[in-house]
Design a protein around this ligand. Structure first.
Ligand code: 5AD
Ligand code: SF4
Length: 440
C-alpha cells in the first residue's frame, strides 16, 4: 500500500505527519510523492482560520478525482480539521477516514475498516498521548533540519483560538525520549533541531522536576554540534531563565518568535492573552538586554471583535516601537465554538479588517527593511540549506538570528548543504541578507 501525505498548518503538523508516516510504515505502507499512485491519500489539516479549511475542502475534491480513476484508493482527513468537523467530513461522502491528532496509532486499523461495518473515525482526544516511543520518519529529504515535538495540546484559553479544542489539554513529553531523539538526529548528521510545542515555556515534566529552560540546557549540551531552535512562546510565560540559557549556549539560536497578537490592552484582555502591552515591551527589552542582537518575530491579528481604530493604531505603534525582524499577520477569522465566537460579535467589517491588515503589513515591511539593513557589515555564521531559489549560482541559509542569507557559491559543483559558511553582509532586502562568503 502506498500513502501520499499533504501537510497544512503549523510545524507541529509537519512533526505529526512524520509520526503518522512512521506508524504507517510499520504497518506495511510506503510513501509516494505522486497522488495518482497512492492507495491512501491523507491530508493533515489545519483549522486555525476559515480560509485554511476552505482550501482543504478544495483539495478533497481533487482527491476524489483520483478515486474516480482508482476505485480502491482511500481518502483520509487527519489533524485539526478532522477533530473539529468530525462527522461532517464523513457525511460529505468524499472522505473515507477521519482521524484526530491523538488517534494516529489507530490509523492503520481505521484504514483497514473502510468498506466494513467497523468505524473509520477516531477523534478521541487524550490526556496522555505524546507518541514519545515513535521515531518519526523524517520528511525533509535534505537531512539538515528536523522537528522534535516536546509537548502536545494547549492549556491557554486565548479566546480566538481553536487549538485547545482540536489538540486537547497540554501534556509534556518524557525528557529522555526527547534527548534520545536529538542524539539519534545528530548521529544521522542533522545540523538543526527545532523543539516544538504550542507554548514551549509551559513545558513541565513531573511537577516542575524539569522545566523548559532545563530541558533546553539538556538538549543543547547533549548535541553541542547541532543548532537548537524552538517555537512557540507565549510572552506571558517567557522567563528570564530561558533567556539566560539561550544566551549561554552558542548552539542555541539567537531568535525568539513571540506572538503579540495586538498592541491594545483592551484587545489583549478580550483575547485572554494574560499580558499587557507594557509587559510585552518589558519582555522585549529583557530579550535585548540578555541576548544582544537576538532575532525577534511575531504574530498579529487585525480586526478582532470590537477592535476600534484606536486599538488598531496601538498595534501599529507597538510594531513600530519593537521593530520586529518579521511577522505573520492575519485578519481575525471567527472559529465556531471558541470563547470569542460565543461571547463577542465579529463586528469589524471585512473591508476594514483588510485595510487594517494592509496597514500593519506596510509598517512591518518598513521595519524588516530597517532591521535587515542594520545588519550591514556584520559577519554571520550560516547553515547552508542549498541553492538559492532565485539563482543556481547562489547558496542560501539562515543565520542564528533566523535571517535568510544569500551569497555566491564559491565552490560550484560541490554540494555544501548542511555545512556552515562564514559570510559578511553586503546588502539587504526586507526579507533577505545579501552576503559574501569569507574564505578562511
Ligand atoms: N483568526 C486569525 N488568526 C488567528 N490565529 C489564531 N487564531 C486565529 C483566528 N481565529 C493566529 C495567531 C496565532 C497564529 C498561529 O495564528 O496569530 O499566533
Ligand atoms: Fe493549524 Fe493550530 Fe492545528 Fe497547527 S495546531 S494545524 S496551526 S489549527
Amino acid at each position: 500500500m502506498k500513502v501520499y501525505i499533504e501537510t497544512y498548518g503549523c510545524q507541529m503538523n509537519v512533526g505529526d505527519s512524520e509520526v503518522i508516516l512512521s506508524i504507517l510504515k510499520k504497518n506495511g505502507f510506503t510513501l509516494t510523492t505522486n497522488m495518482d499512485d497512492a492507495d491512501l491519500i491523507l491530508a493533515n489539516t489545519c483549522s486555525i482560520r476559515d480560509n485554511a479549511e476552505q482550501r482543504i475542502w478544495g483539495r478533497v475534491e481533487q482527491f476524489n478525482l483520483v478515486k474516480r480513476r482508482k476505485k480502491d484508493a482511500k481518502v483520509g482527513i487527519v489533524g485539526c480539521m478532522a477533530e473539529r468537523l468530525k462527522d461532517e467530513l464523513l457525511a460529505s461522502g468524499k472522505v473515507d477516514i477521519v482521524c484526530g491528532p491523538d488517534a494516529y496509532r489507530r490509523l492503520p486499523e481505521l484504514v483497514g475498516n473502510v468498506g466494513s461495518s467497523e468505524p473509520t473515525i477516531d477523534v478521541q482526544l487524550s490526556r496522555t498521548e505524546t507518541y514519545d516511543d515513535i521515531v518519526p520518519e523524517r520528511l525533509d529529504s535534505k537531512g539538515v533540519s528536523a522537528f522534535i515535538s516536546i509537548m502536545r495540546g494547549c492549556n491557554n484559553v486565548c479566546s480566538y483560538c481553536i487549538v485547545p479544542y482540536t489538540r486537547g489539554v497540554e501534556r509534556s513529553r518524557e525528557p529522555q525520549s526527547i534527548i534520545d531523539e536529538a542524539l539519534d538526529l545528530a548521529g544521522r548528521g542533522y545540523k538543526e533541531i527545532t523543539l516544538l510545542g504550542q507554548n514551549v515555556n509551559s513545558y513541565n515534566w513531573n511537577n516542575g522536576e524539569l522545566t523548559f529552560p532545563m530541558l533546553m540546557e539538556k538538549v543543547a549540551t547533549a548535541v553541542p554540534g547541532v543548532r537548537i531552535r524552538f517555537s512557540t512562546s507565549n510572552p506571558h510565560d517567557l522567563s528570564d531563565d530561558l533567556l539566560h540559557v539561550i544566551a549561554k549556549y552558542p548552539n542555541v539560536c539567537k531568535h525568539i518568535h513571540l506572538p503579540v497578537q495586538s498592541g491594545s490592552n483592551a484587545m489583549l484582555e478580550k483575547m485572554r492573552r494574560k499580558y499587557t502591552r507594557e509587559w510585552y515591551l518589558e519582555r522585549v527589552a529583557k530579550i535585548r538586554e540578555i541576548i544582544p542582537g537576538c532575532g525577534l518575530s511575531t504574530d498579529v491579528i487585525a480586526g478582532f471583535c470590537g477592535e476600534t481604530l484606536e486599538d488598531h493604531l496601538q498595534t501599529v505603534s507597538l510594531m513600530d516601537e519593537v521593530g520586529f525582524d518579521s511577522a505573520f499577520m492575519f485578519q481575525y477569522s471567527e472559529r465556531p465554538g471558541t470563547l470569542a465566537a460565543r461571547k463577542y460579535a465579529d463586528d469589524v467589517p471585512n473591508e476594514e479588517k483588510t485595510r487594517r491588515l494592509n496597514e500593519i503589513i506596510e509598517h512591518q515591511v518598513h521595519s524588516s527593511a530597517q532591521r535587515y539593513g542594520a545588519q550591514y557589515g556584520r559577519k554571520l555564521e550560516v547553515l547552508i540549506e542549498g541553492k538559492s531559489k532565485r539563482s543556481d549560482a547562489d547558496l542560501c541559509g539562515r543565520a542564528s538570528n533566523n535571517m535568510m542569507c544569500v551569497f555566491p557559491d564559491l565552490q560550484p559543483g560541490v554540494d555544501r548543504t548542511g555545512k556552515y559558511a562564514t559570510v559578511q553582509v553586503v546588502g539587504s532586502t526586507s526579507a533577505t541578507l545579501l552576503c559574501e562568503e569569507i574564505q578562511k
